[in-house]
Design a protein around this ligand. Structure first.
Ligand code: SF4
Ligand code: SF4
Length: 239
């Protein structure tokens, strides 16, 4: 059975998908954006692990994860960055990056599409990306996706946050994932644990006044949505 946090996460994904009205160039089979440069929270990782367990694909996952590139600890999380900006500090976002293909990409399609994390869901473009054509998207979309990323981090506060492959490895320590101890070198789980940081609470959004008209309905849809009889706003505020 999925946890309340996993259900909240799915509602957030759903609200964001319904809000997007850009004319996107993204199509099935278009996947140059599918690199190992994907950050997730533990809740997102648990959703992926559940999906893999329910499909009995643990051996497949163990093979996939062993081809991960050299990932590293994030220097700062999205909420850490927002807190510094709100404190008036001059700070750069993490320049974390790996252009290696994501191991979950097979024949240009995502094999965990139903449970892909928010970083993958929000990475879109209005032009088809090519080696010399980067993704292009409007500022308001970027602000909205950052705000939702902050909410996703807040949902997982105090838990792991990091590169998708490191978080998935770190979660192999959970009792329900112990099967991986037979399938993976122990050093891999340790490597995951060494590369993750803690997700932080939401310090406030970095939204501009002129963006609010477009973004407020998205935030409203997320916060008022109910899971097990409670609004997501109350769940996020521990009420
Ligand atoms: S972001 Fe770019 S590479 Fe990724 S699906 Fe969209 S158009 Fe294709
Ligand atoms: S998880 Fe799926 S959508 Fe995300 S980068 Fe990997 S293949 Fe692409």
């Amino acid at each position: 059975m999925s946890s309340v946090k996993e259900e909240v996460l799915l509602r957030i994904y759903d609200a964001f998908e319904k809000w997007v009205d850009e004319d996107l160039a993204c199509r099935k089979g278009c996947a140059t954006c599918c690199t190992q440069n994907v950050m997730i929270t533990a809740v997102e990782g648990e959703l992926i692990h559940r999906f893999i367990r329910e499909q009995g694909k643990q051996e497949w996952f163990a093979e996939k994860v062993t081809i991960k590139a050299n990932t590293r600890r994030p220097e700062i999380t999205t909420n850490g960055f927002a807190a510094s900006c709100l404190d008036g500090k001059d700070i750069q976002p993490d320049s974390y990056g790996s252009n290696e293909a994501c191991p979950f990409l097979e024949q240009e399609c995502c094999t965990i599409y139903e449970v892909r994390p928010f970083s993958c869901r929000c990475f879109v473009s209005t032009v088809t990306c090519k080696p010399d054509v980067p993704a292009l998207i409007g500022e308001t979309y970027l602000s909205a996706s950052t705000a939702v990323m902050q909410i996703v981090e807040h949902l997982g506060q105090g838990e792991f946050l990091g590169n998708m492959l490191d978080v998935l490895l770190a979660l192999c320590d959970l009792p329900e994932n112990r099967k991986y101890f037979e399938l993976l070198p122990a050093s891999m789980s340790d490597q995951g644990l060494a590369n993750v940081v803690k997700a932080l609470p939401l310090p406030g959004f970095l939204l501009l006044e002129e963006e609010m008209e477009k973004i407020s309905p998205l935030l409203e849809a997320i916060f008022t949505s109910k899971v097990k009889g409670k609004s997501i706003e109350d769940i996020l505020n521990n009420k």
